[in-house]
Design a protein around this ligand. Structure first.
Ligand SMILES: O=C(O)CCC(=O)C(=O)O
Ligand SMILES: [Fe+2]
Length: 282
């Protein structure tokens, strides 16, 4: 197995390994590369759904995604992304074609912490369709002291699609009116112990204790630190890639721009944070 780091602070690319037959040493190396790189790519895999689920479970407990209609009918924990980019009348279905097209973390609208998300590239278009990732450790580190002091201890509320409820048509009616989930704006990573900015411009409703206008202004102030950080990795997909990202310390965005009539299909798993936080030794 070889691991390359395209940037010292984000991204790790593993080759020469079959995730169906990992020994303990390679597993530890991959897991550590994921924590260090925020995003881990494993190239050249050939997996069944059951094998992808088994590999995903090594990272933690899987949770079926709140969007029910894109769950695999036989495996609720597996979401199939990218089916149905055109509606029956031939028009583009933006909620499928552009799914994940805003900078965001996954599942901040869930009370539970979403540790990671893993995608497996099943069908990849001939151009476009990249996924971009940004380090929220770097975003936090770049904040001026006064801004850091201002956000210390603040918490924000999140619902699916934020105040505009974007993408709500993907949800079943009974899932549309759930109460917001609350998470701190600055979070300490359960495993690395590092602080990161967690403000999620897409799904945020408001910062608690501030008026709507003050909250919006603070999110506007924080957003450039998150989305303009130079600590980014942009993944150009190949069929057979597995990409896992850490939602505790990174944002991501589907870049779109691929030919609408070419398939872009991924299998997806959502991995949750469980148990007593366990710090890795430095
Ligand atoms: O399709 C992509 O590139 C990313 C989609 C996304 O945001 C997700 O699966 O959480
Ligand atoms: Fe996402």
């Amino acid at each position: 197995m070889r691991i390359e780091r395209p940037h010292p602070e984000i991204g790790a690319l593993a080759t020469g390994v079959d995730v169906r037959a990992l020994d303990d040493g390679d597993w530890q190396t991959l897991y550590r590369a994921w924590l260090d790189g925020i995003v881990l790519v494993v190239r050249d895999q050939t997996l069944t759904k059951a094998e992808f689920l088994a590999y995903s479970r090594r990272f933690g407990r899987l949770k079926p995604h709140r969007v029910r209609r894109t769950r695999d009918p036989e495996h609720a924990e597996l979401t199939v992304m990218g089916i149905g980019t055109r509606k029956a009348d031939g028009r583009v279905d933006a909620s499928i074609y552009n799914r994940g097209g805003h900078w965001h973390t996954d599942s901040p609208w869930d009370d539970e912490i979403c540790k990671g998300t893993q995608l497996y590239g099943v069908a990849i278009p001939s151009s476009g369709g990249d996924t971009a990732f940004a380090s929220m450790y770097a975003a936090y580190d770049a904040l001026p002291d006064d801004l850091r002091q201002r956000i210390a201890g603040l918490e924000a509320e999140y619902i699916y699609g934020g105040r505009k409820r974007e993408g709500h048509d993907l949800l079943e009616p009974e899932d549309r009116e759930r109460p917001p989930a609350v998470h701190p704006l600055v979070r300490r990573h359960e495993e690395t112990g590092r602080l990161s900015l967690y403000a999620n411009p897409h799904h945020i409703v408001r910062i608690r204790g501030l008026s709507e206008a003050e909250s919006d202004a603070l999110v506007r102030t924080l957003t450039p630190y998150m989305v303009e950080t130079p600590v980014q990795y942009r993944h150009a997909w190949r069929k057979g890639d597995i990409v896992i990202w850490d939602n505790r310390c990174g944002l991501h965005r589907a870049c779109g721009g691929y030919p609408i009539d070419e398939a872009r299909i991924h299998w997806r798993t959502t991995i949750m944070q469980d148990g007593v936080p366990q710090r890795l030794a430095a």
